[in-house]
Ligand binder design. Structure first.
Ligand SMILES: C[S@@+](CC[C@H](N)C(=O)[O-])C[C@H]1O[C@@H](n2cnc3c(N)ncnc32)[C@H](O)[C@@H]1O
Length: 165
């Protein structure tokens, strides 16, 4: 498969998973965390799908087009290894949807970062919270969700924290 085809499939999978995640949290309270602003594509998609949600965006280096940069109070600039643990004081059990999109072309380094961040995600998530991720996140307080039919196994990941009994 060409790199173009692979990239297109990843974007299709990403959009399908974000749409599924947005649908799953409809009617549930909580804010959205977008980890990795990048070009702002997925942030823009989330804010279009979830217009009434507070979406907090984490990024170490803001380079997105100004139209896709959130207002200052929703933008948390810095290395996630520092900003995410710090967010726990303010956002403990308040996040309904977390999108992890921090991967680079270095797969091993991206997986290491995801594994480092995962323990800091857990305290932020509400019961029933959904995670959409470009990388696997095994071993948390969440379980994998079935993927939308158009998403091949391993292209994108969806998880859910068990809802409150
Ligand atoms: C794949 S891009 C995000 C793409 C974006 N979601 C979009 O749709 O345009 C990954 C982003 O994660 C950011 N990132 C990677 N590691 C980070 C870290 N440790 N702390 C904060 N941001 C990080 C990078 O700067 C980059 O902008």
């Amino acid at each position: 498969m060409s790199r173009l085809d692979s990239n297109i499939r990843r974007l299709v999978a990403q959009r399908a998973c974000l749409d599924r995640a947005a649908a799953l949290i409809r009617g549930r309270e909580g804010v959205v965390f977008e980890l990795g602003l990048g070009n702002g594509r997925t942030y823009d998609h989330l804010r279009e799908n979830l217009p009434d949600r507070a979406i907090y965006v984490f990024e170490c280096l803001v380079t997105a087009h100004p139209d896709c940069v959130p207002a200052a109070e929703y933008l948390i600039v810095g290395d996630l290894r520092e900003t995410l643990p710090r967010a726990a004081a303010r956002f403990r059990a308040r996040v309904a949807l977390l999108h992890l999109d921090t991967a680079s072309s270095n797969r091993a380094a991206s997986e290491r970062l995801a594994a480092e961040l995962a323990p800091h995600m857990a305290p932020l998530l509400r019961p029933g919270a959904v995670i959409a991720s470009g990388l696997p996140l095994p071993g948390g307080s969440w379980h994998p969700l079935p993927l939308p039919s158009e998403v091949e196994e391993g292209r994108y990941y969806l998880y859910q924290v068990p809802p409150a009994a």
